[in-house]
Design a protein around this ligand. Sequence first.
Ligand code: UT7
Length: 320
Amino acid sequence: MSVILGVGASVPRRVVTNDELATRLDTSDEWIRSRTGIGARRWVELGTSTSDLAADAGARALRSAGRSAVDAVIVATTTPDRTCPAIAPAVAARLGLVGVPAHDVAAVCTGFLYGLANAVGLIASGAARTVLLVAAEAFSTILDPDDRGTAVIFGDGAGAVVVGEGEDGIGPCVLGSDGTGADLIQVPAGERYFRMSGKEVFRAAVERMADVSLDALARAGLDLADVDHLAPHQANRRICDAVARRLGLAGSKVLADLEAVGNTAAASIPVLLADAAAHGRLKAGDRVLTAAFGGGLTWGATTLVWPDVTADFGVLGEDR
Ligand code: UT7
């Protein structure tokens, strides 16, 4: 089995409020808050890339784990700095990890959980004893500034975990995909901007996240009563609440940070976990159920026993 040895997160300095967006889009703070739960998001400034956020979150996770080296690096992202090559080798190099295997994972908002399954698999196979998994997005770089259906939802950020050998930590990772829905969340070929069919995605996200959560619990031999916290991908507050309702989990068990950071796609689960741990909502020994849904379409879930670690959550360029 595998356990989490350290956790870190990094967000860009620039805060973009709903009111700021409402100055140039036909929207309002009231609409965005009531339809999504989002109050603000953080967007990178020109010149800051996904790998800048990834390297900062990775360094924070390594520091949280008390390590300077790992056996492999995985980066989950929808917004690599360049289409080719992957950014994981560059992120590894910036962390002083030249020589270790490093690869990217592309599963949009399910990227962290696909990456986690990769990390756990590398450890189970004996290929690695420790893996740094970073999920990072500069999602604002692919948003159409004139599309109010997407521009108000997504934010930038990165979260990272160091995964290592150990008992009673990460449960079985259950993953799935349905490529017949590939067009619902996409950057059309040859185009620059991200497009999403919000309504269809909303419905599918609620159903898939609830179903895969039950699968992950069953595979781990657990019941809903064993769950202390649900850490859902921060797609939309209404999606998170609907998943909890379907599962019959009390609203008080649902972790959320999208009010402050929006939907950070692949990064949203580790940013949420780092935030909850850093602010004392998540404590050592707590049992977490986490689930995501995203482009592909893809989905996934797993269970975690939260480790006794100090999360390192910070702003890019500050306090490290
Ligand atoms: O991260 C994983 C993948 N992403 C998601 O899971 C996101 C899933 N989808 C959603 O979160 C929601 O569908 C949205 C937030 C994107 C949209 O919310 P909705 O409640 O589904 O709204 P809607 O698309 O049904 O639109 C309702 C109305 C429309 O106007 P009409 O046609 O009724 O006149 C939209 O044009 O709201 C309008 N609208 C807006 N109004 C003000 C859409 N976006 C905005 C906006 N401000 N930002």
